[in-house]
Design a protein around this ligand. Structure first.
Ligand code: DQA
Length: 143
């Protein structure tokens, strides 16, 4: 099976972006962990990042032809985007929502997600390991 792992805006800056909040792991190290986890689980992953909302929506739509599950860290779009929510509900693939930080102990505007109530599950606060946990769940439930 194939899982699309899609990352939203500013996650390309991980490693140097607010390290006190996000730590020093880079997006490349998250990708490496995802690839290692995928090899263990015997699944394929497509790993991408974009700063453009329309591109994210195109990728979600594309996933319906190629993937059995989605792992998305929507970053700031979590809290703003009805369009990304609509893309997820339009393609009937299970969504695993991942956040590096525990958004619930941050600013109030991060407490609401447009995606959580349409997600299979939400993992936040475990740094890059959240991606690994999401892949394990995706493989277990849809393998
Ligand atoms: C984030 C949390 C969001 O609130 C924030 O806008 C991000 C990253 C996280 O992974 O912790 O960019 O999704």
């Amino acid at each position: 099976q194939t899982v699309y792992i899609l990352n939203g805006p500013n996650l390309n800056l991980l490693g140097t972006r607010e390290p006190a909040t996000y730590g020093t792991d880079t997006l490349a190290s998250i990708e490496a962990l995802c690839r290692a986890t995928a090899a263990e689980l015997n699944i394929d992953v497509e790993f991408r990042q974009t700063n453009h909302e329309g591109e994210m929506i195109d990728w979600i739509q594309e996933a319906r032809h190629h993937a059995q599950a989605l792992v998305i860290n929507p970053a700031a779009w979590t809290h703003t985007s009805v369009a990304i929510r609509d893309a997820v509900t339009a393609i009937a693939l299970p969504l695993y929502e991942v956040h590096i930080t525990n958004v619930h102990k941050r600013e109030p505007f991060r407490h609401h997600s447009y995606l959580s109530d349409v997600a299979q599950g939400v993992i936040c606060g475990y740094g890059l390991r959240g991606y690994r946990y999401a892949l394990i769940e995706a493989a277990r439930q849809h393998g």
